[in-house]
Design a protein around this ligand. Structure first.
Ligand code: OAD
Length: 245
């Protein structure tokens, strides 16, 4: 099973900003103003504005999945075909976990995407804990469609000082994968930044795909460096023959 971790770099050529590159989001706004529970408590309006703007980028139809997202969807479909019906091993051949809160993997055709940092197109109620699809602006006047609490909805994204989603599932997949691939992430935000260490300790092959080498590059067995829209399809094409498609 191939474990793929993606980060903001895979969506850069679709027109979305990364966080830590020059001119990235964190050079324009402070994490502590928009991406922590304390920030939301202090200034919910500002936090809503920050995420509303980013949600609108996804819903106004201009931002489209790129060749890298589509190549991963192709890989998923190819691996699905290779799973014999009577396979002893249950489960799919690709596990795709993304730190991205955009929906470009899904729009690119991926069927199963694990959003460990949540999703911009989802809202969460702080009163009842329910999450639901949310495609328009979110504000202090909105009422929870589930419990009817007013003013308790927040973006369904994981902020700093919060626990990322699906950690149990991710660990399970990390400990059973045969290949670990990291795409378009600077590898500095934990726990995702530590996945490479687990893969290394287990001795499975590791691949990094990024615009340029990262602080973790020396841990990877192989690196493909260049824009994601070129490097990811090239890597996928290189492994498709190996999986018998
Ligand atoms: P970063 O902004 O930290 O890193 C983006 C990476 O993408 C860098 O290593 C770039 O070199 C690479 N990159 C940029 N353009 C690229 C391109 N065209 N093709 C390939 N690679 C490219 O973003 P993440 O690592 O995703 O969390 O950040 C991780 C988390 O930190 C985010 O999920 C977010 C952020 O704070 C939260 O908000 C909780």
């Amino acid at each position: 099973m191939i474990f793929v971790l993606t980060g903001a770099g895979i969506s850069r050529e679709s027109g979305l900003e990364t966080f830590r590159d020059k001119d990235g989001l964190w050079s324009k706004v402070r994490i502590e103003d928009v991406a922590t529970p304390a920030a939301f408590k202090k200034n919910p309006k500002l936090v809503h504005e920050f995420y509303n703007k980013r949600r609108r980028e996804l819903t106004d139809g201009h931002i489209k999945p790129n060749k890298a997202h589509k190549a991963l969807a192709r890989l998923e479909a190819a691996l699905d075909l290779t799973q014999p019906e009577d396979s002893v091993r249950q489960g799919p051949g690709l596990f795709l976990v993304t730190q991205n809160v955009d929906n470009l993997h899904e729009l690119g055709g991926s069927k199963r995407v694990c959003h460990t940092h949540g999703s911009l197109t989802s809202a969460k109620c702080e009163a009842c804990g329910a999450s639901f699809e949310w495609l328009r602006d979110l504000g202090l006047d909105d009422v929870c469609p589930r419990c009817q609490a007013p003013g308790r909805l927040r973006p369904d994204v994981v902020w700093f000082h919060e626990v990322p989603y699906h950690l149990g599932l991710i660990e399970e997949e990390l400990y059973s994968c045969d290949l670990f691939v990291s795409i378009g992430t600077s590898g500095v935000v934990y726990p995702a930044a530590s996945y490479i260490n687990v893969a290394k300790r287990r001795g499975v092959p590791t691949v990094e795909i990024n615009l340029e080498p990262t602080v973790s590059s020396s841990y990877f067995d192989k690196g493909f460096y260049g824009p994601a829209t070129e490097a990811v399809p090239a890597w996928v094409e290189s492994i498709l023959p190996l999986i018998g498609t």
